[in-house]
Design a protein around this ligand. Structure first.
Ligand code: C5P
Ligand code: ZN
Length: 482
């Protein structure tokens, strides 16, 4: 452990990254204007908003720009802007070589696995947990990496510590707390900084989605992770279950999880656990019912913004539909027009997810030797097919990773892949599998060991599947022999 001040200890990984950020911040404050390029998801939005706020507080000019992925046309577009400096957040590491080839003066704050050419790429600075031996899938997100940079950018020590709240929203948006039921590694340092700054609190609680905003019976009905047989998807059964627990559903308004008393919460959790055990849910799935939850103390209670998980879904509902500007404004403090618009978009997003899950359950999932997959064609948007895949995966066979295909508006095939931490422990690395199989068929891919993606030519789907299947089999088998 490295002592940062008398009161606060941070991990070695934190201090190594903080040292890199110190140098990077010095370069940034010399610039006149900065282009901030980020990714269209909750982590990308929070990452960009953290950097933009940091720049704004230093009086620097900035403009944000969002991409679904960095490819040759998007890099050409960025190069054409001729900016003083480009800060890439939550993307860029996989394309370090291509960025520098175009003469872009760039700084990358990302957590995706760096591409092979990154070592020779003359980036101004490359901040990425993988480069110091930390786990970019679980221990630090794109927004977390950006937070460390924003912290170094602060005019006075601690002046940007309030941005820790957004960094945690990004980490939760990238599901970094899922594997062990709580955030780990550098994320924990950030959590403590946020707690000290009085913007965050964390505690063990029920892990169902909608604790702040949903009536309790709806929270149960819509539970996907863990899926509770007999309750998930069945409103009547959820109402009867709550009545059995002696929980009043509402008075003037429906009662939400945050409205229940401690006794009611305890009673509901123990009844759920009993019911799950009777229904044959495995212990490991049931354990996911309880875990650490993250509350944003400066946000109004009962709103999506108060809970890190609900906040991140609200952001996905904007950025994944081409409305990153709305999500960015919410992150940067707009609680009027942008927040209202984001809530409208959230309603549509929820409906799309429900429709997507229904489609997959009707179409079915095809099992291969090493992987399983479904092809949504044009029926699910390519920008949310990964979320749908993750949700379906909760109810599906978890012994092999799931792949999901969807058409992009440009006529390409988008692939999203999701695995489990158990499979990662057995040797699975979806980032390598997707990037190598995509390359073999003339596409691009990358990401994390447990969640990755690719874009490939549609006519080469079968070939791609064969490649991924054999790579995954090899990953899992070769590690079994070690
Ligand atoms: O799009 P999806 O949610 O499936 O992406 C999963 C992960 O894979 C994300 O972190 C994304 O940035 C990464 N990805 C990538 N290259 C691609 C597609 C996705 O690095 N071509
Ligand atoms: Zn991310």
């Amino acid at each position: 452990m490295f002592t940062m001040s008398r009161h606060q200890e941070v991990s070695d990984h934190y201090s190594q990254l903080a040292r890199i950020c110190e140098g990077a911040a010095k370069e940034i404050i010399r610039c006149r204007e900065v282009l901030v390029v980020s990714h269209v998801d909750a982590d990308g939005l929070t990452a960009a908003s953290i950097i933009c706020t940091g720049l704004e507080r230093r009086g620097l000019d900035y403009s944000p720009l969002f991409f679904r992925q960095l490819d040759a046309p998007s890099l050409d577009l960025i190069a054409d802007r001729g900016s003083d400096l480009v800060i890439f957040t939550d993307l860029g590491s996989g394309m370090a070589g291509e960025i520098c080839e175009r003469g872009i003066r760039a700084l990358v704050a990302d957590h995706h696995r760096p591409g092979p050419a990154h070592e020779d790429a003359p980036l101004i600075s490359h901040i990425n947990p993988h480069l110091i031996g930390a786990d970019g899938a679980r221990e630090l997100s794109g927004s977390g990496t950006s937070f460390l940079l924003a912290r170094s950018l602060a005019e006075s020590p601690g002046a940007n510590d309030d941005l820790a709240a957004l960094a945690i929203v990004g980490a939760v948006g990238d599901l970094q707390d899922m594997a062990s039921g709580q955030l780990l590694g550098v994320n924990r340092d950030i959590l403590e900084i946020g707690q000290k700054a009085e913007v965050l609190s964390f505690s063990r609680d029920i892990k169902l989605f909608g604790r702040q905003t949903r009536p309790v019976f709806k929270m149960l009905e819509y539970s996907q992770d863990p899926y509770i047989p007999g309750l998930s998807g069945n409103e009547d059964a959820c109402i009867a279950f709550l009545k059995d627990c002696g929980i009043r559903l509402g008075g003037e308004r429906w009662r939400r999880w945050i409205d229940l008393t401690q006794e009611e919460k305890a009673c509901m959790v123990s009844s759920l656990l009993r019911r799950g055990l009777r229904g044959g849910i495995s212990n490991s799935r049931l354990e996911r019912l309880i875990g650490e939850v993250y509350v944003l103390l400066r946000e109004r209670e009962g709103t999506e913004l108060r809970d890190a998980s609900e906040f991140s879904t609200l952001l996905n509902a904007t950025a994944r539909y081409g409305h990153s500007d709305v999500g960015l404004s919410v992150c940067m403090g707009d609680r009027g027009e942008a927040f209202d618009r984001a809530r409208d978009l959230l309603g549509q997003h929820r409906q799309n997810l429900v429709n997507g899950i229904k489609l997959v359950s009707e179409k079915g999932i095809v099992a291969m030797k090493g992987v399983q997959y479904f092809d949504a064609g044009d029926a699910i948007l390519d920008t949310i097919v990964g979320i749908v895949a993750g949700m379906c995966f909760q109810m599906a066979d978890r012994s092999r990773p799931i792949l999901a295909f969807a058409r992009t508006p440009e006529g390409q095939l988008k692939v999203s892949a999701r695995g489990t931490q158990d499979l990662v422990k057995s040797g699975l690395d979806l980032s390598r599998a997707m990037s190598s199989a995509a390359q073999d068929v003339g596409g691009v891919g990358g990401g994390h060991n447990v969640a990755a993606g690719a874009t490939i030519p549609p006519e080469r789907r079968e070939e791609f599947l064969r490649h991924v299947d054999s790579i995954v089999c090899l990953q899992l088998n070769s590690s079994a022999k070690l």
